[in-house]
Design a protein. Structure first.
Length: 299
């Protein structure tokens, strides 16, 4: 396979170049002290006029994952999110659970408290680097990601990132987790060689389903969601509706529309005031039960 060699100054710059080569458009992030080598890499990208991946600073980690989730729904392409060590990982957890349940391929990464106390670029230099040490940082997300790993050195960078993207995009799709120690990101380099194009085509805006490639559109995403729900439906052919509609349901609907409902508006002594009043009807357990039973459907 053909290889591409570029000049870089650090492992972090090589990481960004690799993401760019693999078709990543945006880098959704909430930064901390572990981001210094990456910020330097983005500054170099700006000098060179490189537009992707474009860094997007997001005030909260959960929102960063949600933005990546939404962008995948539109493009069908894997997304990248990075947060700050263990605390950022914890803040992003709800979003990762959503991505796991919705089969969204996100390369979810975080910094890792520096491993060394001195002697290397990126070694610990402020008190928080001891306070944020975690025995098993990935343990917070392991139940909700398909794979997790910690980058150990520059040599394995391409293999690790390609494996992460490949696992995330393999059906059933889902997020993966990669931790990036600051010493590894800040390690000085001179050049980086990578396979170009990538070993496998991951679609780049197109999605493969049922053996055919088709452009990803909003309508296509909704159609896929309907297909997934239908596939998950226990019993019944694919063309059967998920909810069986009965004639008596229509009659119940009509009665429900005709029945006046309690409201919090209007005079307090009105018969249908939601809070009720002395001599008024109010809302009782029986009336609520009747309202719930007005519309019925059977799964």
């Amino acid at each position: 396979m053909a290889r591409k060699t570029i000049d870089v100054e650090t492992t972090a710059q090589a990481y960004l170049e690799l993401l760019r080569e693999r078709g990543i458009d945006y880098f959704f992030a909430n930064a901390g002290t572990d981001f210094a080598p990456l910020i330097d890499g983005f500054a170099r990208f700006a000098e060179q006029g490189k537009q992707t991946p474009k860094p997007i600073t997001v005030p909260h980690e959960n929102a960063a994952v949600a933005m990546a989730h939404g962008y995948y729904m539109v493009t069908g392409k894997p997304q990248v999110v990075m947060v700050h060590v263990n605390v950022g990982t914890a803040n992003a957890l709800n979003g990762i659970i959503n991505a796991a349940r919705d089969h969204v391929p996100i390369l979810f990464s975080s910094g890792r408290t520096p491993l060394t106390e001195a002697g290397l670029p990126g070694s610990r230099d402020i008190y928080i680097h001891w306070a944020q040490e975690a025995f098993d940082q990935a343990g917070m997300v392991r139940e909700y990601v398909k794979w997790d790993y910690e980058l150990r050195n520059f040599i394995q960078l391409e293999s690790v990132v390609d494996r992460a993207l490949e696992i995330a995009m393999t059906e059933p799709r889902g997020p993966v987790y990669l931790t990036l120690p600051r010493e590894v990101l800040g390690e000085p380099q001179t050049e980086f060689s990578m396979t170009s194009p990538a070993r496998r085509d991951r679609g780049h805006g197109e999605e493969q389903r049922h053996g055919e490639l088709a452009p990803v559109t909003a309508d296509g995403v909704r159609a896929r969601e309907r297909d997934d729900r239908r596939d998950d439906h226990d019993g019944g052919a694919p063309d059967e509706p998920l909810v069986e509609h009965r004639e008596e349901d229509e009659e119940d609907d009509e009665r429900a529309e005709q029945r006046p409902q309690p409201t919090a508006r209007g005079p307090r002594d009105a018969e249908l005031h939601g809070r009720g009043a002395e001599g008024g009807r109010g809302v009782t357990a029986d009336s609520l039960a009747t309202s719930r039973g007005a519309v019925q459907c059977r799964m």
